[in-house]
Design a binder for this molecule. Structure first.
Ligand code: SF4
Length: 178
């Protein structure tokens, strides 16, 4: 199953890469920026979690220990939004194995169901799409948003995903899987 998921991710990554290129005038992502991993609840399906953990087991002992301690703290304190426990020194330590929400973050897309453009969180800190967003009125002046529904449930249940016969399982906030 993880092999099929990896193949599926290769296709998804290519598609997302082309979206990032297409939208490059609005994108501020750069190495060292971890804004999208600092405040969130990070929905993960069971399949994505399994893949993430296959990367986690390969990490050095000390890093694994720190991540486990951070997860314990988050379980104890139960904040609604939190910094991802896999973010170490502003870098994702399981980057290759990260979830779909991590891969799509940073892009704006048109939500047909709600007839509105969905913006990434980092627009609020003056990053992606900030130049086409009026924070006071909430208006978005974006001519050509991405037309694909970039939510993980939609991505995992898309006809594209069906070809890979993925069994994704339930979707939960990352910390609820531990
Ligand atoms: S898994 Fe990695 S990319 Fe995803 S939120 Fe955590 S640190 Fe960020």
């Amino acid at each position: 199953m993880l092999k099929r998921y990896q193949k599926f991710l290769e296709k998804l990554d290519k598609r997302l890469e082309s979206y990032f290129e297409e939208q490059c005038e609005f994108i501020k992502c750069k190495p060292g920026c971890s804004s999208c991993c600092e405040v969130g609840e990070y929905p993960f399906s069971r399949l994505e979690l399994e893949y993430l953990m296959s990367g986690f087991v390969e990490l050095p002992f000390g890093i694994k220990h720190n991540i486990k301690e951070e997860i314990k703290r988050l379980k104890r304190e139960k904040p609604k939004l939190y910094k991802c426990p896999f973010l170490i020194n502003n870098m994702c330590c399981v980057y290759k194995y990260r979830g779909i929400v991590c891969r799509t973050h940073g892009l704006a897309w048109y939500d047909e169901d709600e007839n509105r453009i969905r913006l990434p969180y980092c627009v609020n800190v003056g990053l992606n799409y900030a130049k086409v967003f009026d924070r006071e009125t909430g208006e978005v002046f974006l001519q050509n948003p991405i037309r694909e529904r970039l939510r993980i449930d939609s991505i995992l249940r898309s006809p594209e995903a069906e070809k890979y016969e993925l069994e994704c399982g339930e979707i939960r906030p990352l910390i609820d899987w531990f």
